[in-house]
Ligand binder design. Structure first.
Ligand SMILES: NC(=O)c1ccc[n+]([C@@H]2O[C@H](COP(=O)([O-])OP(=O)(O)OC[C@H]3O[C@@H](n4cnc5c(N)ncnc54)[C@H](OP(=O)(O)O)[C@@H]3O)[C@@H](O)[C@H]2O)c1
Length: 131
């Protein structure tokens, strides 16, 4: 059985390029878990995101979301703040250029900022959740 949607940690610092390619092959929609990396790695003050955002009068958060959307990643950002909710919604009135996208692609570390699925302790923990 092939999943229709697969929610995995996906943000500018962990872009999931290889996994995303595999999902496309099987028509599985990638959905971001933690589209802002929960703010880790100073995402909201990142200089690349800020530099790109300044061109469009957009925030670092908006650029981070727009990048994922343009890569066909579904994003459902969480906020308890009404202003930030509006900010996160207003990402459909600008388009990042290929050059912008390349700059942001360079932020990818190819690694999780939360945990490694290759660490036996993490695997044991995840298995324990199903018991
Ligand atoms: N499966 C599950 O049980 C489960 C549960 C929860 C979440 N999730 C997944 O986790 C994702 C959501 O959230 P997450 O909290 O884990 O990570 P996240 O979306 O990467 O980050 C959310 C954090 O960013 C802050 N934030 C949101 N918009 C902002 C903005 N425009 N400017 C500055 N800060 C902003 C929020 O703070 P404020 O709220 O203070 O604005 C919150 O601290 C969902 O997409 C969902 O996929 C899954």
């Amino acid at each position: 059985m092939v999943p229709t949607v697969n929610q995995v940690e996906t943000h500018v610092f962990n872009q999931q390029t290889a996994a995303h390619d595999l999902m496309k092959k099987y028509n599985t929609q990638i959905e971001s878990w933690g589209p802002f990396a929960e703010g880790k790695n100073n995402l909201f003050t990142n200089s690349t995101l800020r530099e790109v955002g300044d061109k469009y009068n957009k925030s670092t958060a908006q650029v981070a979301l727009r990048f994922l959307i343009q890569r066909d990643v579904v994003v459902i950002p969480k906020t308890v703040n009404k202003n930030r909710m509006e900010e996160n919604y207003n990402v459909f009135d600008f388009t990042l250029t290929a050059e912008d996208m390349e700059k942001i692609e360079a932020l990818d570390t190819g690694k999780s900022l939360f945990f490694s699925h290759y660490d036996p302790q993490t695997v044991e923990y995840i298995i324990s959740l199903g018991k």
